[in-house]
Design a protein around this ligand. Structure first.
Ligand SMILES: NC(=O)c1ccc[n+]([C@@H]2O[C@H](COP(=O)([O-])OP(=O)(O)OC[C@H]3O[C@@H](n4cnc5c(N)ncnc54)[C@H](O)[C@@H]3O)[C@@H](O)[C@H]2O)c1
Length: 363
């Protein structure tokens, strides 16, 4: 069987990893990489043993499918070129800079029946895949995604940059429309939000909160999911899943400490986790999410299958992100509807700094 002829467009921080993995897949012939930064294109091409281009349009006639990993502000233009030529694409997340662009790309792909996959990589995180295979009816989802300042993705704020991962995962887990959205944001480095918090209420009663920061001293990517089945803690970074569920006895008879004598109550404290609430630690789960995502794209292109993260799903994540950004614009920091537009810029013109912590003298 002939190999799928592929290219990677934009070989910066993430695109060079796509190129490295594709170059090693037996089902793929990496025909070339393209980057407007010629030195970068050449250096990556040399490393993975392919050809370098400075303009993706030169590559288009020679390939069957492409991965697009240019900055988000360029996604629409590059993706539009490929879809217009009937070429299947995997576009990095977020699908586009705004909803209008995302809608146009999805419509173009649908009308021409071309595969459009979006790079929401957490869907290929083995810990998430394990969770998604279990029956879940989430009623509360709490997500936290914190990373250091990288100096990249400054064309978008943290909602489209990082929070979008969790929005996509929540939309995949909760099959119900989002009814209400509230959010707040803080801008440290410029006009866009670098720290954001959103509260969502789904039509089926599930609630979700998402907090994201790209200026954090500690890195963390975690999600808690509460439902009638029990509690799940998903650590995306460690690829670990912890599941806690009530024992069969509790499910049958419940557990009311006020019914217990003092000795049994003391024992309950020690036996709560394990005997009454069963804890299952899974992981760290093996497997590289980026490789799984690329293999899935290659599989969809060669078989005509539907991508696990379709253009519509990428578009839906942007629609929710847009509502969060709109809510952020009208959030009142000072209880006044006449507050300036948000995300609120830092440093704030009001309030005291934390007072310095006095060193405690030895007693
Ligand atoms: N899935 C994830 O977890 C994840 C992680 C990081 C980045 N991303 C996404 O990947 C994309 C790229 O991010 P990055 O961190 O690699 O950025 P980057 O700045 O490191 O790399 C982007 C590269 O694209 C090149 N480029 C710019 N315009 C181009 C064009 N029109 N044609 C060809 N090349 C062009 C730049 O020269 C640069 O080398 C962004 O959309 C980002 O949101 C996704």
């Amino acid at each position: 069987m002939s190999r799928l002829r592929m290219a990677v467009i934009g070989v910066g921080h993430l695109g060079k990893e796509h190129a490295r993995i594709l170059a090693g897949l037996p089902a793929v012939e990496l025909v070339g990489v393209a980057d407007v930064n010629q030195d970068q294109a050449q250096s990556v091409a040399r490393r993975v043993g392919t050809h370098a281009y400075s303009d993706h349009r030169q590559l288009m006639p020679h390939i069957d499918a492409a991965v697009i990993a240019v900055p988000t502000s360029q996604h629409y233009f590059v993706a539009h070129d490929f879809l217009s030529q009937g070429k299947p694409i995997l576009v990095e997340k977020p699908l586009a800079l705004n909803l209008a662009q995302a809608d146009e790309l999805v419509d173009l792909a649908q009308s021409r029946r071309i595969i459009l996959q979006v790079g929401h990589i957490e869907r290929f995180n083995p810990a998430f895949m394990d969770l998604a295979n279990r029956s879940l009816q989430p009623k509360l989802i709490l997500s936290e995604r914190f990373g250091p300042f990288t100096g990249r993705s400054t064309d978008i704020g943290v909602v489209l940059d990082l929070m979008i991962h969790d929005l996509d995962v929540m939309l995949a887990l909760v099959s119900s429309p989002v009814q209400t959205v509230q959010s707040v944001g803080l801008s440290l480095f410029g006009g866009m939000e670098d720290i954001a918090h959103a509260r969502l209420v789904f039509a089926n009663g599930c609630m979700g909160t998402a907090t994201a920061s790209r200026a954090s001293p500690v890195g963390q990517r975690r999600m808690q999911i509460w439902g009638p089945e029990g509690f799940a803690l998903l650590d995306f970074a460690a690829r670990q899943l912890t599941l806690i569920q009530p024992s069969p006895e509790i499910r049958q008879a419940g557990l009311d400490p006020s019914d217990l004598d003092p000795a049994s109550r003391a024992m309950l404290k020690d036996q709560l986790f394990g005997r009454h609430l069963q804890v299952l630690d899974i992981g760290p789960c093996g497997g590289d999410a980026l490789t799984a995502e690329l293999k899935h794209f290659v599989h969809c292109v060669t078989t005509g299958g539907k991508p696990q993260v379709s253009g519509e799903e990428g578009r839906n994540a942007i629609a929710l992100a847009t509502r969060i950004l709109e809510s952020m614009q009208i959030h009142s920091w000072q209880e006044q509807t006449t507050d300036p537009a948000h995300p609120y810029p830092w440093p704030t013109p009001f309030g005291q700094l934390f007072s310095p912590v006095e060193a405690k003298s030895a007693a």
